[in-house]
Design a protein around this ligand. Structure first.
Ligand code: ZN
Length: 138
């Protein structure tokens, strides 16, 4: 059996990290499927999905790391193409990725206690986002 659900988000722009674990759990419960996998996917090339311990320190450390790896104040070739100033956003998205698969058993995601599925906004402006959860199993 396959069921699809959507999670709608309003983000504040680059550096915004949103814990979507509860929303995924809710989608899995509402699917009526007891065991299987959920593929979580964000349609967009300036966002990302990762897991992290969602606590105040790491919520500062992660954006700091992104800034160090792929600085936002640098000029990228992408900016010459569209002049939208978000070359860094696309690169961060490409490095982090826009999807993940999480197994679930008896309606519960098999995540670690300190492991939250986290949506990463990398774009240089506030966005409305749709995260698709495709739930497969029986
Ligand atoms: Zn762009």
């Amino acid at each position: 059996m396959v069921k699809t659900a959507e999670i709608k988000l309003k983000t504040k722009g680059a550096g915004d990290l949103i814990d979507i674990t509860d929303s995924i759990n809710k989608a899995v419960k509402e699917s009526g499927i007891s065991s299987g996998i959920v593929t979580v996917f964000v349609a967009g090339s300036t966002a990302g999905l990762t897991t992290i311990e969602y606590e105040p320190g790491l919520l500062k450390d992660f954006p700091k790391l992104m800034e160090k790896l792929i600085p936002s104040d640098k000029t990228y070739h992408h900016d010459e193409t569209w002049h939208d100033g978000n070359g860094f956003s696309h690169l961060r998205s490409a490095v982090i990725g826009t999807d993940m698969t999480v197994p679930f058993v008896n309606g519960q995601l098999t995540l670690g206690t300190w492991q939250q599925v986290t949506f990463c906004e990398f774009d240089n402006r506030a966005r409305s986002r749709t995260v698709v959860c495709q739930i497969m199993g029986d």
